[in-house]
Write a protein that binds this ligand. Structure first.
Ligand code: SF4
Ligand code: URA
Length: 249
């Protein structure tokens, strides 16, 4: 069943703001390319988790993260959480790292932040597992849900980089600063980065707030909604340029 726009926005909890800001949000679909990336996308940090990761398939990746000890997070996890979803996705969403519930269930974004992420997906007619893959910057839960350290993100990057290569998504949405740090190698404020298209290996990249941040800062949800519309516009633009895409909705 398709949700109505009103209901989708209500599910995201942004209906009143949407009404106030509808004109401005309507312009979110600005042309891509007018703002080039602020810095080049580095090929990646060192590969302390092992140089052969770039050759692994899905099974190999799953096996390797399950026993990985390339950073200290491997000592505290119940299980590594590689990712979930469609392995031929249009969309790749990248969060920070597993929380307590993800650590137990082995799937990203199954807790409170995950509920909001699911609502955000529904707001643009997407759902987990269908043209959508969800991953994290680090595969193991940081103790006490602290932010992952730069060296932990660097240690885990080869896995995410390999996932991106296998997935070949049409668009990447970075949820929060850890994902931005990991993929774009930038530590700038999200407010300065969002609203512009970036590039990773030829794949358009969009930056937005992390759902857990949105849960604490409800008014920012309208900006996340703008960012998702912007991402969708970029995706459609790529399709118009001739990429073989089947775009429904
Ligand atoms: Fe390995 Fe990543 Fe887990 Fe660190 S967080 S132990 S690099 S899988
Ligand atoms: N927050 C994240 O960044 N990732 C998850 O998987 C869950 C919460």
């Amino acid at each position: 069943m398709k949700l109505t726009r009103e209901r989708m926005l209500a599910e995201m909890g942004i209906t009143p703001l949407w009404k106030q800001r509808s004109a401005q949000i309507g312009e979110a679909a600005r042309p891509a390319g007018e703002n080039p990336p602020p810095e080049p996308v580095a090929g990646g940090a060192t590969a302390p988790a092992g140089g052969d990761i770039a050759a692994l398939g899905w099974e190999g990746l799953q096996e390797r993260v399950a026993v990985c000890r390339a950073c200290v997070l491997g000592e505290h996890r119940k299980q590594a959480v590689l990712g979930v979803g469609d392995r031929r996705p249009e969309w790749l969403f990248i969060g920070e790292g597993p929380g307590a519930e993800e650590d137990v269930q082995g799937e990203p974004f199954v807790g409170q932040a995950g509920k909001l992420l699911d609502a955000m997906l529904a707001a643009i007619d997407l759902k987990r597992g269908d043209k959508v893959y969800i991953a994290n910057a680090v595969k193991c839960r940081p103790p006490g849900n602290r932010t992952p350290e730069a060296e932990e993100m660097a240690a885990c990057w080869p896995y995410l980089r390999r996932q991106i290569a296998l997935l070949q998504p049409r668009i990447i949405v970075l949820l929060g600063r850890a994902a931005v740090h990991t993929v774009l190698k930038s530590d700038k404020a999200l407010s300065a980065l969002r609203g512009k298209p970036y590039d990773f290996s030829g794949i358009p990249v969009v930056v937005t707030y992390h759902p857990a941040y949105l849960l604490r800062n409800l008014p920012e949800k309208a900006k996340a909604w703008e960012d998702l519309l912007f991402a969708r516009a970029l995706l459609r633009q790529a399709a118009d340029r001739g990429a073989p895409l089947d775009l429904a909705g």
